[in-house]
Ligand binder design. Structure first.
Ligand code: 1GP
Length: 226
């Protein structure tokens, strides 16, 4: 089983966004702990397969964060399965997962499965709408973290601010609740200072959007975590 406990930094690649070969090479050789392939819109079998094939040329763990059944394929080092705690629709908490296990359960390598307790905190994020989330209060988020750690014993609790900068104070509060569960933070990290600040509280920072806006700035966030 992939051990995320020693990770500090990961890049998240959106299969729906073009990425030049030299950019991918720089990301793979940056010293980041892993590449996660995942997105909300336009994730297809073809664009996921294309990225997987290209990343396989490098010696770096590559993880598929599953968002659609059509784009599941063998070949990844691990598969992250989100369960969206603050979704109002049980479909995103247990039903899609249930359907996948019912159809493919006999072929699943359970050692490669890593479940993420997801909490989406940016109302403007595509995933917020797609997963029919409602904005939780701080107390709600802290309680979700306690559930991830003590009730579900999840390997990952993920504070997802995708596309916007989050609240360091809340990340700090959540971090206090977690011991066995690894805290991922993602959202709006574009500089060394931001990476440093969130890394003070989160175990792992996830860097996405800035890759496509300013690759050098994205690469600097890795140095901040070393
Ligand atoms: C998105 O949490 C990741 O799923 C990273 O967020 O794209 O805002 O860096 P950004």
């Amino acid at each position: 089983m992939l051990n995320v406990k020693n990770w500090n930094h990961v890049f998240k690649l959106d299969p729906n966004k073009p990425l030049q070969e030299e950019c991918l090479t720089a990301l793979c050789e940056s010293g980041t702990d892993a590449l996660i392939i995942g997105g909300t819109d336009g994730v297809t079998f073809d664009n996921v397969f294309d990225l997987l094939e290209r990343v396989q040329a490098f010696n770096i763990p590559c993880i598929l964060e599953v968002s659609t059944m059509e784009a599941i394929m063998p070949g990844f080092d691990s598969y992250f399965i989100p369960i969206v705690f603050n979704s109002m629709n049980k479909r995103y908490i247990v039903d899609i997962q249930h359907q996948a296990v019912k159809e493919y359960g006999d072929w699943i390598n359970w050692d490669q499965m890593v479940v993420e307790g997801y909490c989406v905190l940016n109302e403007q994020a595509k995933v917020f709408e797609a997963a029919q989330c409602q904005l939780p209060s701080k107390e709600d988020v802290v309680a979700y973290a306690k559930m991830a750690e003590h009730m579900f014993h999840l390997p990952i609790f993920y504070l997802e601010y995708s596309g916007t900068w989050g609240e360091p104070e809340l990340v700090r509060e959540v971090a206090k609740q977690l011991d066995q569960t690894t805290l991922f933070y993602g959202g709006g990290i574009e500089s060394i200072e931001q990476a440093n600040l969130m890394k003070k509280y989160a175990d792992v920072i996830v860097v996405g959007n800035i890759i496509y806006k300013d690759l050098q700035a994205a690469l600097r966030t890795v140095e901040a975590c070393m």
